[in-house]
Design a protein around this ligand. Structure first.
Ligand SMILES: Cc1cc2nc3c(=O)[nH]c(=O)nc-3n(C[C@H](O)[C@H](O)[C@H](O)COP(=O)(O)OP(=O)(O)OC[C@H]3O[C@@H](n4cnc5c(N)ncnc54)[C@H](O)[C@@H]3O)c2cc1C
Length: 337
């Protein structure tokens, strides 16, 4: 497993040892996107020992830039993560590239198996594992995904303002999506791929000068980063960008190894938590897109910070209960050496 070394802020990285079997951490964070790194900074600043394991499949990876990120507007996702990693490591968090394959509960904590073959122990686990977008099965859509095949008017709408935008309708939400893109361009066309637009939606769209093309989309023609056309029943409609809603599925495999279950929402799945990110599985939190499919970068990072703070408070509370004898003074959550 590749260990990423960074310079610490203002104090020595006392916990920057090489990872090996049976290492102990206060918190293991699965996932090093905005949510996981946000939590790692908060926990590191609370002098918690933290291991971040990241498989490197951040959701916005295909995009050139991340927008609506206050203070870092328009930064490339990779640059944003590099900065976040350096900040987290600066407070002592250890960051590894790899995957947490499974987790098992032990007395007071967890043992976790990593893709490197190592096993580590942690008192708490934060699932910042993000989500996966499931695109409709239309030829050409995946090739342009995150470049000129878009889902979010706030993420990349400004970049296609005034251009010809084709909205592929696969659910009634397409009306809403088309109207948001219509705010950015007078040249929006809806392709009613799944015949999902009712009479009212059609009236509202045509009232806003949004034409509707009926019939299934055969193909989206892309050329490098560009989108050329949407083909319906053999006829090509020229566009510069395509907008489409995806189904968003929480990466919940690790949660399942802990006995948790992902829940359904109207357009995918998510890990249910309370406001702090605490899940129904004792000692396990979730943050970012894993718990909220709508969270953009800022909201995902903020939910990581909130979960980090809640985990730290939970560990403080546990230490107090031990100190006053309310809980046995066992050595905290150690895996078997
Ligand atoms: C195409 C596209 C463009 C976007 N553009 C923007 C934008 O411009 N602005 C904006 O604010 N938002 C944007 N978003 C949304 C943004 O991607 C998310 O808000 C953000 O990535 C959520 O952060 P996260 O940390 O929850 O998850 P992610 O960033 O997806 O990070 C999760 C990480 O966890 C890792 N992981 C998963 N399972 C494991 C495991 N078992 N072990 C180890 N690691 C694991 C993954 O590989 C991944 O690296 C965009 C989304 C898409 C799809």
């Amino acid at each position: 497993m590749r260990y990423l070394q960074y310079r610490a802020y203002g104090r020595s990285m006392t916990n920057s040892r090489e990872a090996g079997p049976n290492r102990q951490y206060d918190v293991l964070i699965a996932g090093g996107g905005p949510a996981g790194l946000g939590a790692a900074v908060t926990l590191g600043r609370s002098l918690r020992t933290v291991l971040v394991v990241d498989a490197g499949e951040q959701r916005n990876r295909p995009a050139e830039a991340a927008h609506n990120v206050l203070g870092r507007e328009g930064t490339a996702p990779t640059d944003l993560l590099a900065a976040g990693r350096a900040e987290a490591a600066g407070y002592g968090a250890e960051i590894f590239e790899g995957t947490v394959l499974s987790a098992e509960r032990i007395s007071g904590g967890f043992t976790l198996s990593l893709s490197s073959g190592e096993t580590v122990g942690a008192c708490r686990v934060l699932l910042a594992t993000g989500a996966v977008d499931e695109l409709p099965a239309i030829e050409g859509l995946a090739a342009g995904w995150g470049r000129r095949v878009l889902h979010c008017p706030y993420c990349h709408g400004w970049e296609v303002r005034g251009r010809r935008i084709g909205v592929v309708a696969t659910s009634p939400m397409a009306e809403h999506q088309a109207l948001l893109f219509r705010q950015l361009s007078e040249h929006v066309t809806v392709f009613d791929h799944e015949s999902v637009l009712g009479a009212q939606a059609r009236e509202r769209l045509t009232g806003m000068d949004v034409p509707i093309v009926d019939g299934r989309v055969d193909r989206v023609l892309t050329d490098g980063d560009r989108v050329r056309s949407v083909r319906v029943a053999g006829a090509a409609h020229e566009v510069d960008a395509v907008a489409v809603a995806t189904r968003v599925h929480a990466r919940g495999e690790l949660f399942q190894t802990l006995g948790g279950r992902v829940s359904d929402h109207p357009f995918g799945t998510y890990i249910e938590t309370d406001a702090t990110g605490r899940t129904a599985v004792d000692g396990v939190w979730a943050a970012g897109n894993a718990r909220d499919p709508m969270a953009m970068v800022g909201a995902a990072a903020a939910s990581g910070v909130a979960a980090g703070a809640a985990i730290n408070a939970d560990l403080v509370d546990e230490a107090v209960r031990r100190a006053v004898g309310a809980e046995p003074r066992v050595e905290k959550c150690r895996v078997q050496e």
